[in-house]
Design a protein around this ligand. Structure first.
Ligand code: NBG
Length: 894
């Protein structure tokens, strides 16, 4: 064997040898006594060895080419389990599988053993990780800078239906992926005061005399690109005391005092703050934010000065992206470093800073827009407050020049909120200090421009742009859903793995019965796997043949898990009322963590579990309805759930979900979306086609209008009997007989909150899911699979007659005898071309079933026909409520 293949070879024999070597030399074990964790570590180290060579090579290449590097500053990176992903990236899963098999081990068990680093709350941290992976694949040099929390997001367990938080001790058994670099360390100062002085050239300067200093040590993880030799870097900072032990105090008998510094300093990176809880007063959180941006900027400067003499062109080397406002102290910190430490004049420094930073906003919720009390910042970062004031003064001067005599605007734009207790508005700081500001979906960006930062938008519209979020198909399709990935690759080749647009090539396969059959088998197999997981963790038995209706994400009122459960209760009541009601058997799956201090969110979890319990114990629900809450929604569990989803619940109140990314992941795995016009749902709907999206609910404008006019849920409650019944049953303890009042806090019929018109419209829209799934329309039209024969489910309807009827409603048939069949219809004086339905001839299918592929509208028509409505009424209701925009199919003929 060649010498250079040691640690890098991908032959089975080489892998096997290195596995045993690593077990021996790194873990001091031999195979006979190795525990599962030992083996996991040995495998991980063996994989890491193979990453390292690529990593070091890219670092070198980047260094040589002086490439501009993206520095993604984010306090959260939810990278998910690494082993499976890295094996894919190295394209060596099979070889490792076999090597392990020869050692009597199973790769899947070892992959399962990994405990993922939960260094993020949800979408924001996961997005950061997808970006890193994607940039490595695209060979964009990037460093992700963040915090190495000792305790990440808590693990969620369920006790008696309540969420129980368990500390996440992810580092307990070692983290084989990281490499600590104690040789690179930076001091971070905190507290104290400032002093003005004049330097040797007589210039006015400021010195910061801190109270104490902590030290940041980086821990590096390689993020390898797919199908390339490039690896990027995730660099996470750990806080340590500069002096871990005070001998003076120790000798004086103060044993606690002797380690006080160590404890205080290490606290800074101890724990990730769960979001959705007020952090305003949290000094430690502020210190976390400052600590990691300071280390990161000092690191960039170190890297830069390895090659250059001065920092004049720092911005040409680094593009620093602020992932939300949490890292925005980087702006005054870079100014401090440039002005106080590298002796730049203010204007030059500001020019560099402005060209360095870009800011991504991730939320419009006012309670989540960061503001720090001025008093607190002054105490922790006295020098930064001075710098923020200086930034503000110069900025407001510009505002005054632009808008003379508009002190109101000046007040509105000030970085300091002076309306009551004084605060620093972090989004404003980020906006002033960045040359680019973006939102994360089209709607979100528009609302950002119009509602959150309208004065900024008016002043510098050129700074604003939209960058709709994305997700990595490598992790969420290729890795998570290997069956579907294989099917897709068999059909269209593997180009989609790097270029997602390629999936369009699948469209013609919608007409390929064999493809659809395999598609159906894949989905069924994935559902069977998820069912097994559900049984393992909850004890509930679910039927893989039922419709998997999935709602997984953080629990939050704006995400409206309560709306979904209200719908479930409505269904439950309907099924109780009518024992013969014919519905598609359905399993409603929930998952997600609630912030530990968020009472309503935790109560919603309890309600879901209580309903789940009632439904499970009711023999009438057998084979019809099931509700499950899968505990501990994290990246690993997400990878289990998405591939099995058929209906994706994206039902946030319009205007509240900045983008959402779970919506994309489920869509990518072939689920249809039921959702509101919110965040990226809107763009997903454009991509998959309105006929593959169950749209419901009021729009952002209507939400705003409603709250302006005064929101009166009571009226809806009074006027809707089914809804009233559902709410009353929850309120009266039907799901909590031991504690009838338990869910009362959720039932608030005044003010904003649990109820709005959407409750009713979701129930209505959801009827279509039933109808459509009975018509085998559970998947996007182009990725659709038949469930039984739809002719059978259109029982009692004469197909030919039905066609005639539809035609007579929607207009005259055109396009001869071919399909897709199109029709014209008239609306007022205009005639529109409308794709009505695709009818596949029986002979082609080789089956008796004439299958329909109906759009939303046609289903409605069919439903109304079946209900016996006359055509005039149908025409009015359908075309009035149609979601189809006329300009989609205009054939003006006048
Ligand atoms: C979240 C939004 C999501 C969005 C992700 C990623 C925060 C502050 N925001 O809608 O709620 O998909 O960011 O952009 O976590």
């Amino acid at each position: 064997m060649e010498k250079d293949e040691i640690r890098t070879g991908l032959q089975v024999a080489e892998i096997k040898r290195d596995l045993v070597d690593n077990l021996f030399y790194l873990l001091g074990k031999f195979p006979e006594v190795a525990t599962p964790n030992d083996w996991y570590l040995a495998v991980a180290y063996t994989v890491r060895d193979r990453l390292l060579s690529r990593w070091v090579k890219s670092a070198h290449e980047y260094y040589e080419t002086k490439a501009r590097t993206v520095c993604y500053l984010s306090p959260e990176f939810l990278i998910g389990p690494q082993l499976g992903m890295n094996l894919l990236r190295l394209n060596s899963e099979q070889s490792f599988r076999q090597a392990l098999q020869e050692l009597g081990l199973n790769l899947d068990d070892i992959i399962e053993h990994e405990e993922e680093p939960g260094l993020g709350n949800g979408g924001l941290g996961r997005l950061a990780s997808c970006f890193l992976e994607s940039m490595a694949t695209l060979q964009v040099p990037a460093i992700g800078y963040g915090i190495r929390y000792e305790f990440g997001i808590f693990d969620q367990e369920l006790r008696d239906g309540w969420q129980l938080e368990v500390a996440d001790q992810w580092l307990r058994l070692g983290n084989p992926w990281e490499i600590g670099r104690p040789d690179i360390r930076f001091d971070v100062q905190l507290g104290g005061h400032t002093e003005p002085y004049h330097d040797s050239e007589g210039r006015y300067r400021v010195r910061w005399i801190p109270d104490y200093v902590v030290q940041g040590t980086p821990y590096d993880t390689a993020i390898l690109g797919f199908g390339v030799q490039t690896a990027n870097l995730l660099r996470l900072w750990k806080a340590e005391a500069k002096r871990s032990f005070d001998f003076r105090l120790f000798s004086a008998g103060d044993f606690y005092g002797a380690v006080h510094d160590k404890v205080e300093s290490e606290n800074i990176t101890k724990v990730l703050y769960p979001n959705d809880e007020p952090v305003q007063g949290r000094e430690l959180r502020l210190k976390q934010q400052y600590f990691f941006v300071s280390c990161s900027l000092q690191d960039m400067i170190r890297l830069y000065l390895q090659r250059e003499q001065t920092l004049d062109r720092f911005h040409e080397k680094f593009a620093v992206q602020l992932n939300d406002t949490h890292p925005s102290l980087a702006i005054p910190e870079l100014m401090r470093l440039l002005v106080d430490e590298h002796l730049f004049d203010w204007d030059t420094a500001w020019g560099i800073a402005e060209r360095t930073f870009g800011y991504t906003n991730h939320t419009l919720l006012s309670e989540a827009l960061e503001r720090w009390p001025l008093g607190l910042i002054t105490r922790v970062l006295p020098r930064h407050v001075e710098i923020i004031y200086a930034i503000n003064q110069r900025f407001l001067n510009k505002v005054r020049l632009r808008f003379p005599n508009d002190e109101d605007k000046v007040r509105r734009l000030s970085l300091i909120d002076e309306s009551g207790e004084r605060y620093v508005r972090m989004a404003y700081l980020a906006s002033v200090g960045s040359h680019a500001i973006n939102g994360v979906a089209k709607l979100h960006t528009r609302l950002l421009e119009e509602e959150v930062l309208p004065d900024f938008f008016e002043m510098v519209p050129e700074k604003f742009s939209n960058k709709t979020n994305g997700v990595s198909q490598r992790r969420f399709l290729l890795l998570a859903n290997s069956r579907l990935a294989r099917l897709i690759t068999d059909a269209i080749g593997s180009g989609w793995i790097k270029n997602l647009e390629d999936l369009r090539k699948l469209e013609p396969f919608a007409l390929d019965a064999a493809f659809r059959e395999r598609w159906r088998q894949v989905k069924h197999a994935n559902k069977t796997d998820l069912a097994a997981h559900i049984e393992r963790v909850t004890g509930l038995v679910v039927d893989p043949a039922s419709l998997f209706d999935v709602h997984v994400k953080r629990i939050h009122e704006y995400k409206r898990q309560h709306l979904n459960i209200l719908h479930v209760v409505t269904l439950y009541n309907r099924l109780k009322r009518d024992r013969f009601l014919d519905i598609t058997p359905r399993t409603v799956i929930f998952g997600g963590k609630a912030a530990p201090g968020y009472f309503m969110a935790k109560l919603i979890i309890k309600l879901i579990n209580s309903v789940a319990d009632t439904v499970d114990r009711d023999p009438d629900m057998q084979g019809r309805l099931k509700v499950v809450f899968i505990p501990d929604f994290n990246v690993q569990n997400a990878q289990r759930i998405y591939p099995a989803a058929e209906l994706s619940e994206q039902i946030s109140t319009a205007g509240k979900e900045a983008s959402g990314t779970g919506n994309m992941k489920m869509s990518m795995n072939g689920a249809l979306t039921i959702g509101t016009l919110d965040g990226a749902n809107i763009e997903i709907r454009e991509e998959v086609g309105a006929e593959n999206f169950f749209l419901f609910g009021i729009t952002t404008e209507e939400v705003a209008d409603l709250s302006r006019r005064g929101y009166r849920p009571r009226a809806i409650y009074d006027s809707n009997e089914e809804l009233r019944e559902a709410i009353d049953s929850i309120a009266s303890g039907a799901f909590s007989p031991q504690q009838p009042d338990l869910f009362r806090p959720l039932i608030v019929l005044r003010g904003s909150g649990a109820l709005d018109n959407d409750v009713y419209s979701k129930c209505r829209k959801d009827r279509k899911v039933f109808v459509r799934s009975r018509h085998s329309r559970v998947l996007p039209r182009h990725l659709e699979y038949p469930r039984g024969s739809s002719a059978a489910s259109l029982k009692g309807i004469n197909v030919k007659q039905l066609l005639e009827s539809i035609r007579s409603i929607v207009g005259k048939k055109s396009g001869g005898d071919g399909f897709p069949m199109t029709t014209h219809f008239m609306s007022g004086r205009r005639r529109y071309l409308c794709r009505t339905f695709v009818l596949e001839p029986e002979s082609k299918r080789g089956s008796k079933a004439a299958r329909f592929q109906l759009t939303d509208r046609e289903i409605e028509a069919v439903q109304h026909l079946a209900d016996g409505l006359n055509t005039g009424t149908i025409r009015r209701t359908i075309f009035r409520t149609s979601s189809l925009r006329k300009q989609d199919f205009p054939v003006p003929q006048r």
